[in-house]
Design a protein around this ligand. Structure first.
Ligand code: 3PG
Length: 306
């Protein structure tokens, strides 16, 4: 049995060592396709793979067509918008993710980006503090919860909205639940996005919603670029010179936004929320273990395509 790790954005070496150990202990072979630049390289590499570990790499019908022996694909991470689940089902491939394994890294980055923004990108001028400000967490999943804990350490007042999370879960974390996005955005000076990219959420963070944020607003995106309505955001930032946007996922209009909004817009060159040795080890090894447990014991606990 062969496990292929195909990562355009590679794992730390220690994570690969850990994945290899899991594979070898189970009597499986490990193959690596890292930093690939062409889809053809992936199509070639999957040809003889029984199992596939990816990060944000796209696994669509074309990839699955090229992977005649594939039984399981695991997205080493949380968001699985890069996996075509109906196509996986049609190809008899089990699809899984590794929820929670890289959340702490993303949460730490979200707070890091907030500090960077309110201290004027460390340009030497006088900024503001996070303490005493209201942080609105949009979606209270694994990352949102960790962001809440760290933000409380900073002395922030934390509120959250999540249509699927009971109030008691938020209250137990010392977080005030609100019951609509309008309420969240109109009360929070800082919003941290933790929603997945789904047909419902795509472009849902739009001009009218963002316009509700109070003066000195800061929007932090460590989730997905697709959830932002980019034209609406640009329009709002043109109307409101107090509005700042800081993102770990470079938008399509990155160059234009850099020109238009110098000093209140920042994007990382590559999504780096989960780029820590710890997150790579946690998510990568979890993925390898899930593959072995599925192939040897039929464990489908983290299966996404039913
Ligand atoms: C996730 O959904 O797990 C995060 O966005 C991290 O994605 P990455 O593995 O592409 O860094």
């Amino acid at each position: 049995m062969k496990i292929l790790v195909a990562t355009e954005k590679p794992f730390a070496k220690v994570a690969i060592d850990g994945i290899r150990e899991v594979a070898e202990k189970a009597g499986m072979e490990l193959a690596l396709l890292e930093k690939y630049t062409q889809k053809e390289q992936l199509l070639e590499a999957v040809a003889d793979a029984d199992a596939l570990i990816v990060r944000s790499d796209i696994v669509d019908a074309e990839v699955l067509d090229a992977a005649a022996k594939l039984k399981i694909v695991v997205r080493a991470g949380a968001g699985f918008d890069n996996l075509d689940l109906p196509a996986c089902t049609a190809h008899n491939v089990v699809a899984m993710n590794t929820p929670g394994q890289n959340s702490n890294a993303v949460a730490e980055l979200a707070l890091g980006l907030m500090v960077y923004a309110v201290r004027n990108f460390y340009n030497g001028t006088s900024g503001t503090e996070l303490a005493g400000k209201t942080l609105g967490i949009h979606a209270f999943g694994n990352v949102g919860r960790r962001v809440a804990r760290i933000a409380k350490g900073f002395g922030m007042n934390v509120i959250a909205y999540d249509a699927y999370c009971p109030d008691e879960v938020m209250v137990a974390e010392g977080v005030t639940p609100v019951h609509s996005v309008d309420e969240l955005y109109s009360q929070a000076q800082v919003i941290s996005l933790h929603i997945p990219a789904t047909p419902e959420t795509k472009q849902s963070i739009n001009h009218d919603l963002l316009a509700k944020m109070p003066k000195g607003a800061l929007l932090v995106n460590t989730a997905r670029k697709e959830v932002i309505h980019e034209d609406g955001l640009i329009q709002l930032m043109q109307e409101r010179t107090d509005f700042r946007y800081i993102t770990d996922i470079m938008p399509a209009s990155d160059i234009k936004m850099k020109e238009l909004f110098e000093g209140r817009y920042f994007s990382t060159p590559k999504k780096m929320g989960a780029q820590t040795a710890e997150a790579n080890i946690n998510a990568g090894i979890a993925a390898a273990n899930q593959i072995v447990d599925y192939l040897k014991n039929g464990n489908e606990r983290f299966r996404l395509n039913k």
